[in-house]
Design a protein around this ligand. Structure first.
Ligand SMILES: O=C(O)CCC(=O)C(=O)O
Length: 299
């Protein structure tokens, strides 16, 4: 079986030593000197809120950083550059192209983790995917050798072929959706694979593959890692709940990344809190309100 066939069958691939250590070291220098001590607000994927860094007793940032590839301001410029060198590295680009057969991958979303946040299992296509579906890929990059007690990234091979039917409230409330996926994982524990990740290793997965992160066993261990979601240029961007998004791109050395202009505004903090509360506690009411104002209720 070729690597491409194995990827297509399992829905993921663990590629060892793909990202050179010196690129990771440069990124970590910027992380430790600029981002970790920063007192700015950053938007957090895990809480969907703008928050300042909160550090645990071992000095690791409790929250992940969303879309650091497009952080604004001079103070972030070296960090942003170090990230783009990793995300657009030839080794990664070539691996993506040879596994999927797709070309010209654009960077649609990124995340940086200092420690495990025990991400609940999900399929990416609920949140973001190519249109037509199934061409977006997830990328997980180890920025250090990951200790098994840190809490580990896991996948459920072959589940990218599985369309989990959403009930109407699961389609709007991501908490209810994740409860449903968690029940599936609970019933299919024997499928779980937890690759042992060393610094520079990468996992690549299809947007339909169920994945998540296990609980932290010992919080003295960090779990420094990056993720990216990348999509071939010839697709539209959206999700499998019917959303299609107009994307604005910027360029980095001939490659395209989604322009997000992540800058904190206190009004946005309030708006995000309200919409999160409503979508998870009153999904049908929230869906009706959004439809009334002409918005797609599926985020
Ligand atoms: O690293 C993690 O904890 C999970 C990341 C993830 O699920 C994703 O990027 O889709």
């Amino acid at each position: 079986m070729t690597e491409k066939e194995a990827y297509s069958q399992a829905g993921y691939k663990h590629s060892k030593s793909l990202i050179p250590a010196e690129l990771i070291d440069s990124l970590m220098t910027e992380y430790n000197t600029v981002l970790l001590p920063s007192t700015d607000h950053y938007f957090r994927q895990s809480t969907q809120k703008w928050e300042k860094n909160s550090l645990n007793q071992f000095g690791y940032c409790n929250q992940s950083f969303l879309d650091p590839h497009d952080f604004q301001g001079e103070k972030h410029s070296k960090l942003v550059n170090a990230l783009r060198k990793i995300y657009f590295h030839n080794n990664l680009t070539q691996t993506l192209e040879s596994l999927t057969g797709d070309k010209n991958f654009n960077l649609m979303q990124s995340m940086l983790f200092d420690k495990n946040t025990a991400t609940r299992p999900h399929q990416d296509w609920y949140y973001l995917d190519s249109v037509p579906k199934g061409h977006l890929v997830g990328v997980w990059i180890a920025l250090e050798d990951i200790n098994p007690e840190a809490g580990q990234f896991f996948v459920l091979p072959t589940t990218h072929n599985k369309s989990l039917p959403y009930k109407s409230d699961e389609k709007i409330s991501d908490v209810k959706y994740k409860n449903m996926v968690e029940r599936f994982v609970e019933e299919n524990k024997d499928l779980i694979v937890t690759p042992a990740m060393k610094k520079g290793d990468v996992i690549i997965w299809n947007s339909g593959l169920i994945h998540g992160a296990s609980a932290t066993i010992n919080s003295k261990y960090s779990r420094k890692s990056l993720t990216a979601h990348m999509m071939p240029d010839n697709c539209q961007f959206g999700n499998d709940r019917g959303l299609i998004v107009d994307v604005e791109y910027s360029n980095y050395q001939g490659r395209k990344y989604r322009r997000l202009l992540q800058t904190y505004k206190s009004k946005l903090k309030f708006t995000h809190s309200i919409s999160n509360y409503l979508s998870n506690h009153w999904p049908h009411f929230y869906g009706t309100v959004l439809k009334t104002v002409g918005k797609n209720p599926n985020k």
